[in-house]
Design a protein around this ligand. Structure first.
Ligand SMILES: Cc1cc2nc3c(=O)[nH]c(=O)nc-3n(C[C@H](O)[C@H](O)[C@H](O)COP(=O)(O)O)c2cc1C
Length: 388
């Protein structure tokens, strides 16, 4: 009794459930488990070299012959700035001292999606390529689409969704403010895009004609049923997959996600130079006053990643980089395939239940429009009465 979805048809899925691409978390095993269960598994490839990308795809394909989504960042290349770099190094000096480490001498970063990676992706031929922070140039998008690959990207506002549709996106991920990880915001100042999933999804559904995928705070069948009721054709779920056994997250990170309450995540730019939602910790709290004016994304990662790794190797989360969304408390730690099965059952129970009540299984009928008896015009429903 799973509702038909334009997205399932477009991407050849049994269920329109996508696991989010998550840097350092979404392993080939996780992607394969989700795809084998009938959803769409993803690999976060934004920080991989060509060799690492090819290996990750090959590893996934050894475990699954089903659909795959490979994900890249479409940001502008960072412009080095000696003043901002010096300031960030000074801010981090005491933390490095505390952990007995020394800072790297040169800030390096993985390049945004480029023509070399495009060639590698065309050779690999995944079902889907998804982007964060917009889309790459028109020629790259055309090359992907012409080879039969579906192109997706995230929008955090209606304006961004329209830009993506115009640029050829086959479906749009409506990323609400609850979402874990980097805000996909690209269309305006990076401070924008703070719209919650419940408000964002229907507005984007109304504004574009391509299928919309809801993301942010969805972790169980209730969330999926709600997203479908808002007009989404599918969902993309990240945080709920972090504690799965197949995920690449450190055990401390997994345990912290399971213990995190809805009000314990924060949006911060302090790790990467771009706003992202993570589990609050000492570093995020202490950097709150200083996180503006850091080097361009993703250069700060060259300084924060070693700090995060050093802390977590000492079993401390003080400087750990624990991307997660407001739905963290709903995560269950099931194996990924079992989680997809559970999500399907839970959604069917809700969607089936409401359909069954009025119209029997398998049919979801719209309530008939009320017409005024004499004119036949559609009558406005009376405003609900206020109780106070
Ligand atoms: C740990 C983590 C890493 C993420 N990394 C990426 C990424 O590399 N690329 C991307 O497009 N989105 C990334 N995201 C964002 C997801 O695509 C998605 O918007 C988000 O997970 C949905 O919200 P949820 O976490 O509440 O389910 C990441 C999210 C998390 C939690």
């Amino acid at each position: 009794m799973w509702p038909k979805s334009r997205l399932s048809a477009l991407l050849g899925l049994d269920y329109p459930i996508l696991s989010a691409p998550m840097a350092n978390v979404s392993t080939p095993a996780l992607a394969a488990a989700v795809s084998n269960a009938g959803g769409l598994g993803a690999l976060a490839c934004g920080r991989l070299t060509i060799g690492e990308f090819e290996k990750a795809v090959a590893d996934m394909r050894r475990l699954s012959n089903r659909s795959l989504n490979v994900n890249f960042f479409a940001h502008l290349p960072p412009v080095p700035d000696a003043t901002r770099e010096r300031r960030m190094r000074e801010l981090l000096d005491p933390y490095y001292d505390e952990l007995g480490r020394t800072q790297v001498e040169i800030l390096t970063a993985a390049p945004p999606f480029d023509s070399t990676m495009l060639e590698a992706v065309l050779r690999a031929g995944p079902t889907v390529v998804s982007f964060h922070f917009g889309l790459p140039d028109a020629l790259s998008v055309a090359a992907l689409k012409n080879s039969g690959i579906r192109v997706l990207s995230s929008a955090t506002t209606v304006a961004e969704a329209k830009i993506l549709e115009q640029a050829g996106a086959d479906a749009i991920i409506a990323q609400g403010f609850e979402a874990g990880g980097h805000r996909g915001t690209f269309g305006q100042s990076l401070d924008g895009g703070g719209v919650g999933t419940l408000a964002l999804v229907p507005q984007i559904v109304d504004a574009v004609s391509v299928p919309v995928i809801a993301a942010g705070g969805i972790a169980d069948g209730r969330g999926i049923a709600a997203a479908l009721a808002l007009g989404a054709s599918g969902v993309q779920i990240g945080t709920a997959f972090i504690p799965t056994p197949e995920s690449g997250a450190h055990p401390i990170y997994k345990a912290t996600v399971m213990a995190t309450k809805g009000d314990q995540t924060r949006i911060t730019s302090a790790f990467s130079g771009r706003p992202a939602r993570l589990i609050a910790n000492r570093y995020i709290n202490e950097m709150a006053k200083f996180e503006r004016g850091l080097p361009d994304f993703p250069l700060p990662l060259a300084l924060t990643q070693p700090l995060a790794a050093a802390a977590i190797s000492r079993a401390s989360t003080d400087f750990a980089m624990m991307f997660a969304g407001q739905g963290a408390a709903l995560a269950r730690g099931l194996p990924a395939g079992a989680l997809v099965e559970r999500l399907v059952e839970e959604t069917e129970a809700i969607v089936g239940r409401s359909a069954t009540r009025r119209h029997g299984p398998g049919k979801v009928a719209r309530a008939p429009k009320r017409r005024t008896p004499r004119t036949g015009k559609v009558r406005k429903r009376p405003a609900p009465r206020r109780s106070h």
